[in-house]
Structure formats: C-alpha cells, structure tokens
Design a protein around this ligand. Sequence first.
Ligand code: CDP
Ligand code: CDP
Length: 197
Amino acid sequence: MSFTVAIDGPAAAGKGTISKAVSAHFGFAHLDTGLLYRAVGAKVAEGQDPFRAAEGLVPEDLQRSDLRTLGAGQAASRVAALPTVRVALVDFQRRFAESPEGAVLDGRDIGTVICPRAQVKLFVTASPEVRAHRRWLEVGGDEAQVLAEVIERDERDMNRTDAPLRPAPDAHLLDTSDLSIEDAIAQAIALIEAKRG
Ligand code: CDP
Ligand code: CDP
C-alpha cells in the first residue's frame, strides 16, 4: 500500500518548504498542487476556457517562469473556485498520491478531498502578518499590499463552495508563526516517523 502525506494550509504558511524537506528525508515523490491551479490561471488569463485549460494541462505548463508572482496566485485562486477546473485535476493528483515510493502533496484540499485516507495530514498555518512578511521577502514591493492580497486570497479559498480551505478533522495543526524553518521541518518529520512506525 502506498504512503501519502497531505499538507494543506493558507498562503505562505510553509507548506512547500516542509513538503520538499519531507520528500527529501523519506524519499517520497512531491507534488505542489498549487502549481496546477497557477498554470490553469495563467492559461485562462491568456484567453483559454478554464475547463479546457485544466483538462489539457501538460508538464511543460508547470515549468513557466511566471507562476510564482502575486498576480499568478490571485489568478489561480479565481480559477480554483470553479468546480469544473477542480474536477479536471482530481485524477492526476490521486494517481500521483499512489506513487510506489510514497508521496507528499501540498495544497488546500489534499486531506479533505483529494486524499481523505492519507496516512498523515498536516494543516500548516501562521498568522496573516507573518505569512505576508515571508511572501514579501520573496516578491518585494509594498508589504501592506502583499498582506492585503494574502488575506483576499485566503478568504476566497476558505469561502468557496467546492473544496474550501479548511483542516480535515483528523489533521495535525502546525502553527509555524514562531517556528524556525528547521523546527517546523523537524516537527513534521517526527509526526510522519510516528505514523510510519
Ligand atoms: O508553500 P507555502 O506558500 O505555504 O509557503 P513556502 O513557500 O514554503 O514558504 C514561504 C516562505 O516562508 C519561504 O520563503 C520560506 O523560506 C519561509 N518560511 C519561513 O520563513 N519560516 C517557516 N517556518 C516556513 C517558511
Ligand atoms: O504557495 P501559496 O500557498 O501562496 O499558493 P499555492 O499553493 O501555489 O496555491 C495558489 C492557489 O491555488 C490557492 O490560493 C488556491 O486558490 C489554489 N489551490 C487550490 O484551490 N487547491 C489546491 N490543492 C492548491 C491550490
């Protein structure tokens, strides 16, 4: 049986950082599912139909250099509210979760919708101010504007009807507001070790 780790949480909570470290530590495959929505958002911004963009996604679409901007995050969150887009991306994510070496997927609905039977579920959070500061260190610009965008995107993600951002009932909450990256990673690894036996 495959071993799946689901890591969800709001923007810039540290999901990707923890996921990469966990996949390197355990030899798991890693899928950043936010990248799928960012790639669909970019195609829709270029005029494509959202469902076709999601259904026709190819690996090269995930290599685009313009997917990490704040604008790409907003475009992702708008298309992510469309049920047709979400449905088109389910099978790929579930197949990935079955990777024989084990898999870690990070996103918003991995523990609730994509992999409800994941062996380990983490919900990574931090205060909006801490998260916005971290994102601002990456993208620069006006920090107040970054905070406003982070809050706007979280609200859209939490309030959509389909697969809203929320912890699964059996998720471990990991608040990284006052944790160093090293400590956050160590806590995640310890939780997974405990479940693996
Ligand atoms: O994937 P997600 O958007 O949740 O966040 P990330 O890309 O892993 O982390 C966002 C930024 O916060 C990165 O620059 C991390 O290095 C930083 N970070 C941090 O300063 N402290 C942590 N405990 C986790 C991440
Ligand atoms: O790295 P960060 O947390 O800022 O964003 P991301 O994980 O790349 O996700 C970008 C957007 O895609 C989110 O704001 C969500 O609207 C959407 N998303 C989603 O709906 N479901 C997922 N499993 C992953 C991302």
